[in-house]
Each structure stands twice: as C-alpha cells, then as structure tokens.
Design a protein around this ligand. Structure first.
Ligand SMILES: [Zn+2]
Length: 282
C-alpha cells in the first residue's frame, strides 16, 4: 500500500518534471519558430501586374490573352487566390494553406477595371489594387487611370482589396520625413474614406524603400509593405519587404513558361537570387 502511494508520488513527480521540461524547452523553440517563420520563404507567391491591355504599349503591360492564360493555369494547378485580409492574417498566424497566391496591380490604370476585373470575376479570383490618389481621373499618354466611380465599384466588390501606392508616387527614400509621413498616412486616410474599408498594405513606388520608410509605415498602422524585388533593406521584418514576381514583357518570348517556373520556385528562392532572377526592372 505504502509502496503503491510512493510509486504514485514518484510518477506524479516525474509527470510534473516532464511538464516543466516541455514548458521550458518547447517555449523557446516555439518562440524561435515564430520569429523564423515570418520570412519570405513562408509567404505565398505574390504576382505584380501593372496594366492589362488589348495591345501592349509598354514592358509592364500584359495582354488580356496572356493574363487569362495565367489565371487559367493557376486554377488548373489548384492555386487559390488570397484577399489582402487573408494574406495579412496568414502572416500574423504565420501559417498559409498550400497553393495560395496573391495577385497585385500597381498604379491603378483603367485596364484593371476594363479588362482585369471582369476576367478575375469570371474565375472568382481575388486581387489587390495599389492606388495612388493623385492619378485618379487622370491619364498619361496612352495610359488612362481609373475614375473615382470605377474605383468605388472595384472597392465595393468583395473579391478585390484596395491598397496604397502613396499619394503621388514619389521615391520615398528621396523625400523629407514630413513628406514621407504625408504620402504614407494621407493616402491611407483618403482611400479608407473612399472605400469605407481599412487600408493595411502599401506598395512602395519604384520599389524604393529603406528602414526610415518602414518606420513611418508601421507608425501609420500598415501591416504589410510590398517591394518590387528584394531591393532595399534586407534586415527589416519580412512583412515590410515582400518581394513580388514581375509580370510583364521582360519575361520575353517564354513568359508563360517562366511565369509557371517563378510561381513554383518563389518559396525556394534565396534573397540574393531574387534580384538576379527577376532582373532590374525599371
Ligand atoms: Zn507604381
């Protein structure tokens, strides 16, 4: 009887020790995993488009035909698209389901409304449009931007997310701290008022950013910052220097083949290989 009680005490004691062991040794491991998971290798592939056109005028245009082929390939291969909210949620939880992609468009050309949005809707696919308010209702030569009415319509569609591309598309590292703050905060406030939804992501114009730009971004309440490739600072949190796969004519004759390869290899690519693989875009 006594020895039975002693055995019970010993086993309880051992059990307690085991719990302590698990607690003290796995907590730091969990913390380490938490810290190390937020790397670009954990993120799904992010595609960066600019304009979709019937006939391309510039290197960053993608024809409607190519765009459709790319969307169809993603679908056939079982990829699912994420909304910006889902992408940020995944970064915060440090976990993404397999085979996810984030489709983004910079600048807010009218092609996103006229050609991209209808094709995305047909396939029930999400996309994020990074807009700089100064461009709304204006046009460059051959490049009309979305109108206010069109942008409101896009923003109202649950398939689409609106992100900031600053107010006036400056090189963010080249302007004063006050201007930086204005470009980053004012665009957020403007787009939130326009869409009635939180704006939590920003794409750096020209992919130009550094630690000081990221600090302003964080202070303004952004949860994610999108680069062009891996230009900029490598020592900042991955969520503020997210590289993107450039979708455009730079991919040359084999762009469909390269597109597939890039989507598949995005996670495996070491940081230093990114610039080399995607090239100097501008
Ligand atoms: Zn831009």
């Amino acid at each position: 009887m006594n020895s039975g009680k002693t055995m019970l005490k010993i086993s309880r004691c051992l059990y307690f020790m085991l719990l302590c062991f698990l607690f003290f040794f796995t907590m730091p491991l969990a913390e380490a995993a938490k810290a190390s998971t937020e790397t670009r290798a954990a993120f799904p592939a992010v595609l960066m488009y600019h304009d979709i056109k019937t006939r391309p005028l510039n290197n960053f245009d993608v024809t409607r035909e190519d765009f459709c082929a790319q969307l169809d390939w993603l679908k056939q291969k079982g990829y699912r698209t994420l909304s910006m909210e889902e992408f940020i949620d995944g970064m915060s939880k440090q976990s993404f389901p397999k085979k996810r992609v984030l489709i983004t468009f910079d600048d807010g050309y009218e092609g996103i409304y006229l050609l991209a949005a209808p094709e995305l809707r047909k396939r029930n696919m999400h996309a994020t449009f990074f807009i700089f308010p100064k461009a709304i209702d204006t046009a460059l030569k051959g490049y009309p931007y979305v109108t206010l009415k069109e942008l409101k319509e896009l923003a109202a569609d649950p398939l689409f997310s609106i992100g900031s591309h600053t107010m006036s598309h400056p090189y963010l590292t080249q302007i004063s701290p006050q201007e930086k703050k204005k470009e980053i905060s004012d665009s957020k406030a403007y787009l939130e008022k326009l869409t009635g939804k939180p704006v939590t992501a920003l794409a750096y114009p020209y992919g130009d950013y550094d630690a000081s730009v990221i600090a302003v971004l964080k202070e303004a309440g952004y949860k994610a910052g999108f680069a062009v490739n891996d230009r900029g600072t490598a020592n900042e949190p991955a969520r503020y220097s997210i590289p993107r796969i450039y979708m455009g004519m730079v991919l040359g004759e084999n762009r469909q083949k390269l597109f597939k390869q890039y989507v598949r290899e995005y996670k495996k690519m070491p940081e230093e290989a990114f610039a080399e693989r995607f090239g100097d875009i501008f």
